[in-house]
Design a protein. Structure first.
Length: 459
């Protein structure tokens, strides 16, 4: 089981850990391999990635199953296979090379850029199908049978009409196999409180139309799965704060003497259920994190986002009351229809929040994704996003509000991959081989062509 990012990220991925557990319980010898922290140093020293369990070189395994979370991790996949001495492209591999099976969160959106690297893919929830996929390989020496599994795809066949798989609810919830101080989520036992979402945000892949919406796990079931030795519990789910019994579940975890974390908080739930921020603070939470998702109320309505300014102000009051270090608000810039007036509204409203409690704006440029209503919307453009960031910073000068943006350049790369096909996947390998700089990515994606690898605004 390979993860195309470093150990600290891979061991914080509940899906990755859960599939490892399912395969191990089915009797397979499952070993974990992660992308090294310092890839250039490993490349210079000609070191091969080794498994955590037996220190076996990655290239010696008959099957490499890879969990890919998002588009930019494809570069990590190329690096990992290169270090292992395995040709990244399927067409360059021979009978003596490992077979590559790819799954993970990216398959809910656009798995096509993964196609050149994969012998087979599993789209969506893999709990029901990953064991027959691997077992069938060891029976036949081939992954051809994967095409007959729910969510299964064999890229070499060229067929693309695959529906994402939905796991049987009896297999829920996912939970950690291991927890470690070296993970991003330090020493935290991860537990899935619910799966999916019942909301209809137009930018989100996990909206209510995906795999039946929100599927709940009862607090009793969750509590019985927490190991006695677990000192911290992380509740995971696309809409975990919408769980109708969340307050009671948090009370039980905190009363047991454990710390608690949560993967996402909706501002309206924090506003309507003030016990949530109180209990999270008692459980060791120091940053209250919510999302506004857009710069203005007009844009939030346009995105079918129910969050209001009143909800966010209530979150700031809760952060102040319970002595959180900071209120972190995630949002996007460059959403369709955004204007300078929307940015000015964001500045004025952020000033109101910061007057109550210190604020950090976690800003990501909007990237349209397949299988969402905003799929065919264009990327706003690198210069547009950067100019709006400058306008925001200037408006918040001297205010207790920190602006923490992700790169507009790398968001453009993500956009091109998110809207791309197999040629965009091959461009990943060229960009990596040419040094992985933005210039290399721009050149490689340009060679892939706009028809295959992106629509709308360019860099």
């Amino acid at each position: 089981m390979a993860y195309p990012s470093p150990y600290r990220a891979g061991m914080s991925s509940l899906g990755y850990q859960w599939i490892c557990t399912i395969l191990a319980e089915a009797g397979f010898g499952v070993e974990r391999v992660f992308l090294p922290d310092d890839v250039p140093a490993w490349r210079s020293a000609k070191l091969a990635p080794l498994s955590m369990e037996s220190h076996t070189p990655l290239g010696q395994f008959p099957v490499i199953a890879v969990s890919v979370a998002y588009e930019l991790e494809l570069a990590g996949l190329v690096e990992l296979l290169r270090l292992a001495g395995v040709p990244p492209l399927r067409r360059d591999r021979g009978p003596g090379h490992p077979k590559i099976l790819i799954g993970g969160p990216l398959t809910f959106s656009n798995p096509l850029p993964c196609a050149p690297f994969a012998d087979a893919m599993l789209f969506g929830e893999a709990e029901d199908v990953v064991v027959p996929a691997i077992a069938g390989f060891f029976d036949t020496g081939s992954f051809e049978h994967v095409a007959g599994l729910a969510g299964g795809w064999v890229p070499e066949t060229g067929a693309q009409a695959v529906v994402v798989a939905k796991a049987d609810d009896t297999l829920l919830p996912a939970r950690s196999r291991l927890w470690t101080p070296e993970a991003e989520l330090t020493n935290m036992f991860l537990l899935e409180g619910e799966r999916g979402c019942h909301r209809a945000c137009t930018f989100c892949v996990m909206r209510r139309s995906t795999n039946g919406g929100m599927r709940l796990v009862t607090p009793d079931r969750l509590m019985e799965l927490i190991p006695a030795e677990a000192e911290r519990v992380g509740l995971v789910g696309a809409a975990i704060s919408d769980h109708p019994q969340l307050v009671g579940l948090l009370e039980r975890i905190v009363e047991s003497g454990r710390g608690v974390g949560i993967s996402s908080l909706r501002a309206d739930r924090v506003a309507l259920k003030p016990e949530i921020p109180r209990l999270l603070r008692l459980g060791g939470y120091s940053t209250l994190t919510v999302a506004s998702d857009a710069a203005s109320q007009r844009l939030r309505r346009q995105l079918s986002k129910g969050t209001t300014e009143a909800h966010l102000l209530a979150c700031a009051e809760a952060a102040k009351e319970h002595h959180y270090r900071v209120l972190k608000v995630y949002m996007m810039l460059g959403v369709p229809g955004e204007t300078d007036e929307d940015l000015d509204e964001l500045v004025e409203f952020t000033r109101k929040l910061a007057a109550i409690h210190p604020v950090a704006l976690g800003i990501a440029p909007f990237v349209p994704k397949f299988n969402t209503p905003l799929d065919r919307q264009p990327f706003a453009g690198i210069k547009v996003v950067e100019s709006r960031l400058e306008r925001l910073r200037a408006g918040l000068k001297g205010v207790r509000a920190e602006v923490r943006p992700t790169s507009a350049r790398w968001a453009w790369v993500e956009y091109r991959l998110a809207q791309g096909g197999p040629l965009a996947g091959e461009a990943v390998m060229r960009a990596v081989d040419e040094g992985g700089t933005f210039a290399a990515w721009k050149r490689a994606l340009g060679e892939a062509g706009d028809e295959d690898a992106g629509r709308g605004a360019v860099a």
